[in-house]
Write a protein that binds this ligand. Structure first.
Ligand code: FAD
Length: 392
């Protein structure tokens, strides 16, 4: 019998608690049984499989990470990391649906909302009764959002009037609410709003023609004199600092996406190398193929152990921005290298969706650029280690 295909070469699973391993097994079974068989079809037609939302409700994963009052479990970051890795190991788009809803949107309300707002929204988000999206990026402002946000809010009696555009907003084509970040015309500070997607003046156009993460539905949002009541303004979000806190919390999760994506690509490649025959024997016999596989496994192992430590630091409240940025930069680059080798190892089949590595190959391009591009996260680390800021 051939050796088992296992991307966890250093047995990182053995360092997890029984609860964490149980969550891992649950997510792995769900992804392999229910997502793997359908995802290429949805990916190829730019569509998120919305029937999975009912299954997410049954899995009840958000409560493994967050408490109902908006605080986090003591091991929230490690659990979130393992969940993210296991999802991305089969499909990154599914991970992004979960990460936008239960990470970005939920975290914005948990961190920025009043006690009342948390009581109103968090249980509904945890139960997937209400689906959330997170609207920060704009058509003309990406990396420079901190100082350059152009969407505005203006106080108007008991409410606010929002105007502007948002681009790339994941889940927004079907979400019930979108957290919108806008600059206050009066004090120039960035404020956050829980906007119901059916509010008059709020419209979403699905972005078509993506070559990565095609099963994530990204929307371009237009806000035209959208009225939001004061009670739906995030009461503790009075400047961009709060927005940055939310992004800090989720950046480690994106590093874990790279781990899972690379792990999935490696495991499929090993299985392919054991079974695909050329010159009368499985291609895994050839030295160059073994070299590819070992390179991939080294990447996966380094990424996985780095991210586990990253999440432990985060759970201890000791994570520094530059550490999260280094993990994001490192894992995105190693993932890109790994999926390219996987694609190469599959020969012509590597560009066919049915072998999955083509999807991993394409999806990695999005991981590379969102939640802080490779350049921006590099500059965050560069500034921390040299003491010189190279942003402008
Ligand atoms: P730009 O900021 O225009 O950057 C262009 C290039 O210039 C990049 O290479 C960048 O690194 C480089 N650059 C910029 N400034 C500097 C500098 N000072 N020094 C050196 N290089 C620099 N946003 C949301 O708000 N919500 C979402 O749900 C969401 N989902 C997304 C999903 C996908 C699939 C994608 C692709 C994006 C998503 N985004 C979302 C937006 C994402 O966060 C932005 O794409 C990202 O921040 C980069 O911004 P940009 O694309 O405008 O690139």
């Amino acid at each position: 019998a051939l050796p088992e295909v296992n991307g966890d070469f250093f047995d990182v699973a053995a360092t997890l608690s029984e609860r964490q391993r149980e969550v891992q097994r649950k997510v792995r079974a769900f992804m392999e049984r229910e997502v793997a068989p359908i995802i290429n079809a949805y990916w190829s037609r730019d569509e998120f499989p919305r029937q999975l939302i009912d299954r997410f409700r049954e899995l009840d994963l958000v409560r493994e990470i967050w408490n109902e009052d908006g605080t986090r479990k003591p091991d929230a970051s490690v659990v979130e990391g393992i969940v993210t890795m296991e999802m991305a190991r089969v499909d990154v788009s599914t991970t992004v649906f979960f990460g936008v809803h239960a990470g970005l949107a939920l975290a914005a309300i948990a961190l920025g909302g009043s006690e009342e707002q948390r009581r109103e929204w968090l249980p509904k988000l945890m139960n997937f009764e209400v689906i959330g999206a997170f609207g920060l990026t704009e058509p003309e402002v990406g990396s420079g959002v901190a100082g350059g946000l152009t969407t505005t809010c203006r106080r108007d009696g008991d409410g606010w009037i929002l105007n502007g555009q948002k681009k790339w907003i994941g889940n927004s084509t079907f979400s019930d609410i979108t957290v919108i970040w806008a600059r206050d015309e009066a004090d120039d500070q960035v404020k956050g709003f829980i906007v119901r997607n059916d509010t008059p003046g709020f419209s979403v156009e699905k972005i078509m023609g993506k070559i990565a993460l095609r099963a994530v539905e990204n929307g371009q949002i237009t806000l035209k004199d959208v009225r939001v009541e004061e009670q739906d303004r995030l009461q503790r979000a009075d400047s961009f600092r709060l927005t940055a806190d939310v992004l800090r919390l989720t950046r480690a999760g994106v590093a874990w996406q790279g781990v899972g994506c690379a792990m999935g690509a490696y495991e499929r490649s090993l299985r392919y190398a054991q079974t695909r025959e050329q010159f009368g024997k499985p291609i895994g016999n050839f030295q160059l193929i073994q070299s590819h596989l070992v390179h991939m496994l080294g990447n996966v192992t380094a990424m996985q152990t780095m991210c586990l430590r990253l999440s432990q630091l985060q759970d201890q409240g000791q994570l520094r921005d530059e550490q999260a940025s280094l993990a994001k930069v490192f894992t995105a680059a190693r993932c890109r290298e790994t999926v390219a080798l996987a694609r190469e190892l599959h020969g012509g089949n590597g560009i066919l969706l049915e072998h999955d590595v083509a999807r991993f190959f394409a999806d990695t391009e999005a991981i590379y650029s969102y939640e802080g591009t490779n350049e921006i996260n590099t500059l965050v680390v560069g500034r921390a280690i040299t003491g010189f800021s190279a942003f402008v």
